[in-house]
Each structure stands twice: as C-alpha cells, then as structure tokens.
Design a protein around this ligand. Structure first.
Ligand SMILES: [Zn+2]
Ligand SMILES: [Zn+2]
Length: 182
C-alpha cells in the first residue's frame, strides 16, 4: 500500500498540487480584492464585506447574493436624471380650464384663451400670479395675489380670478396680448 502511494507521489504530482494550491490562494485573495472594490463602488460598507469575504468561497457567494444592485455612480446618475425630469415637468402644466398642455411662460391657453399668467409690464415675461416681483427684471408686480394663493400647482391658482378673467379673456385676450409692450 505504502509502495503504491510512494509510486504515485511523484515529483510531477507534487508540482501539480503546489500549482493548484497557489492557484487557489491567488483566487482567494483576488476574490477578497474584488468584493472590497465592488462593495466600495456600490457605496456600501466595504469593510464589513471585506470581513465576510475572508470566509473562503461562502463569503463571495454571500456578497454576490446580497450586494446592492446599483453602482454608486449609476445611482447618482439616476437621481440626477429624476431631478432633471422633474425640472422639465415643472416647465409644463395644463390649462385649468380645458386641460390643454401649456408651457410655463404661456400667458394664455392657446386652446380656450384662458388667462394663465400675468405679464411683466416692463419686460413682458410671463409671471406667476403669486409672484410679487418680476424675476427677470426685478420690477415689482402690482396687485399681487394674496399669500394664501401660493401653492405648488400653477394652473390651479386663483380660481375665482381666473374664471372672472376667462369670461372676457376669450374676447379680449388676443387684443390685450397685442396691445401689451413686449
Ligand atoms: Zn385652456
Ligand atoms: Zn420683468
């Protein structure tokens, strides 16, 4: 029996086994490096995962199962994209009267001629009815809306004033717009 083992235990086999063990050790070290680096990039607690990764094989498998799905840089980009979309959406609204999509600087609804905004007397920019000053040229806006009307939804503001204006906006809207200084 011993003879058979000693016959099999050739220098070639020893060499192969050594290479195999070195290979495993390198793989083990690389797996730890990978887990630490990946956990760091994903913005998670990489030092905790480094300890978990010290458990051979199981640590890496656990990390692969439980790691956060997104890289930190992707997450930042996604948040930025959402913020950008929200900003873009803020520039659009819909007419409170007919629901037609209108842009932030529309003074009248192009569909039903409902008055949506006031116009700055000096520079002609469309102003939110709740603003007390023109943000483009710093001209104070006369007859600003009461502070209570300050809400987020632009088109819903001042329903009483809008309905009153809607009555004559239809007839006088275009003439009024043409008369105003640009
Ligand atoms: Zn409308
Ligand atoms: Zn102005």
């Amino acid at each position: 029996m011993d003879e058979i083992i000693s016959q099999l235990w050739t220098p070639e086999l020893q060499m192969a086994l050594t290479v195999f063990i070195v290979f495993l050790v390198v793989l083990y070290v690389l797996s730890i490096v990978w887990v630490v680096r990946d956990a760091y990039l994903r913005g998670t607690f990489w030092y905790i995962w480094a300890i978990v990764a010290l458990v051979p094989l199981l640590g890496v498998i656990a990390y692969c199962l439980l790691r956060p799905p997104l890289l930190q840089i992707d997450r930042d980009e996604q948040e930025l994209e959402v913020a950008l979309k929200q900003r873009q959406l803020m520039q659009y609204g819909e007419c409170a009267n007919c629901g037609y999509p209108v842009e932030a600087d529309y003074v009248l609804c192009p569909n039903c001629h409902q008055r949506l905004k006031n116009q700055c007397a000096k520079c002609g920019h469309a102003l939110d009815p709740s603003w007390t000053v023109c943000p483009y040229c710093a001209t104070p806006v006369g007859g600003a809306a009461p502070r209570g009307a300050r809400t987020t939804g632009r088109p819903q503001q001042q329903p009483a004033r809008q309905t009153a204006m809607a009555a004559r906006a239809d007839a006088a809207g275009q003439a009024q717009g043409a008369r105003r200084p640009q």
